[in-house]
Ligand binder design. Structure first.
Ligand SMILES: Nc1ncnc2c1ncn2[C@@H]1O[C@H](COP(=O)(O)OP(=O)(O)O)[C@@H](O)[C@H]1O
Ligand code: SF4
Ligand SMILES: [Mg+2]
Length: 330
């Protein structure tokens, strides 16, 4: 069965401004991955590795000046469509209805001068021919589903009157209200404290299972991704460097970068006061990416040919791929 979403060779670049006569900044480079119907793909990578641009590309929400190429194939009701080419009413129908997004900071995504119940109702009205009263009723129902207590009262609140965790619940209510097939959650818990983070992850996972939705779950935190995803894609400087089941990627990482990420995940056994190993060096900024392996400047296994071109993905096990032929020779 074809996957629900298949990203093929997605490249997102920012052409250099004329004054700087600069090279284009390539922020996402020939990225391919897929999300199965009802499945959860975790996308992990450091800040600046291109995760948000990838997510935004799926709904054509990229920032001004961005150029995207490749294909983003989606199995919609009317067959396969390329989301990168969708326009007008067809694009509007997919956004927030078939595919919805949850962002890191609900305060910037919510309208500060509109009651949260009205905002959820508006998201429902955008995709259904129903009256305002019925939309309000469904908004309360959605708030109930995300376990907001006293939803009738809270629906009349403005975003600033709610806690960070409640605001993120409102965003989730808005995202599920139209029963999408795919939820894109971009660092949905990064701004929250640890206890609330765990509650929100549990809520998302429960709703996903109950409603049979697929999810693209994005985080810089490999441990968080491994809690919710069934497959994990690792990005480094705009490129996919590893892809596999969460078990393979977390317990048997095959790319030097993922091994470094894994080593820096604290465990319950990590001793207090002992520094966790970190990967030496800095992630490159998008415009400084070399034509070779993006991880080459920080890699302790590098050899001369690593600078020659983007290394191929090597299949290191069934469904487990790593973009490093050097330590994965067959
Ligand atoms: N509006 C923009 N203009 C120019 N470059 C941008 C813009 N937005 C993002 N980028 C570039 O794309 C890279 C990846 O950004 P992003 O997808 O937000 O990373 P992540 O979500 O992984 O932290 C950034 O490091 C930056 O170089
Ligand atoms: S291809 Fe070379 S530089 Fe890149 S991760 Fe492998 S060994 Fe390191
Ligand atoms: Mg981001």
């Amino acid at each position: 069965m074809a996957p629900l979403l298949e990203v093929r060779n997605l490249t997102v670049s920012f052409p250099g401004s004329k004054q700087q006569s600069a090279q284009p900044t390539v922020a996402v480079r020939e990225l391919s991955f897929s999300v199965d119907r009802g499945g959860v793909l975790g996308l992990v990578g450091e800040s600046g590795s291109g995760k948000s641009l990838t997510a935004l590309s799926i709904l054509q929400l990229f920032p001004a000046g961005a150029r995207a190429s490749g294909e983003i194939l989606y199995q919609g009701e009317a067959g396969t469509v390329d989301l990168l080419k969708l326009k007008g009413e067809s694009l509007r129908r997919v956004r927030g209805s078939r595919i919805s997004m949850i962002f890191q900071e609900p305060m910037t995504a919510l309208n500060p001068v509109m009651r949260v119940g009205d905002q959820i109702a508006e998201a429902i009205l955008a995709h259904h021919s129903i009256g305002k009263r019925e939309a309000w009723r469904r908004a309360i129902e959605a708030m109930n589903e995300v376990a907001i207590s006293e939803p009738e009262g809270r629906a009349r609140s403005y975003p600033h009157q709610l806690s960070g965790g409640q605001r993120q619940r409102v965003m989730i209510a808005m995202a599920i209200a139209n029963r999408p097939e795919l939820i894109i959650a971009d660092e949905p818990t990064t701004a929250l404290d640890v206890t609330i983070q765990a509650q929100i992850l549990e809520l998302l996972d429960g709703l996903r299972q109950k409603l049979g939705m697929a999810m693209l779950f994005i985080s810089h935190d490999l441990a968080v991704v491994s809690q919710v995803a069934d497959r994990v894609a690792v990005m480094y400087a705009g490129s996919l460097v590893e892809l596999g089941s969460k078990h393979d990627v977390f317990f048997a990482p095959a790319h030097p970068y993922t091994r470094g990420l894994k080593a820096s995940v604290p465990t319950l056994r990590s001793e207090r006061g002992v520094d966790l190993p970190a990967i030496p060096g800095m992630a490159p900024s998008a415009h400084a990416i070399s034509p070779g392996c993006p991880f080459e400047p920080r890699c302790e296994w590098r050899v001369a040919e690593c600078q020659r071109g983007l290394p191929p993905l090597v299949e290191v096990g069934a469904g487990h791929w790593a973009r490093c032929p050097v330590i994965n020779q067959k």
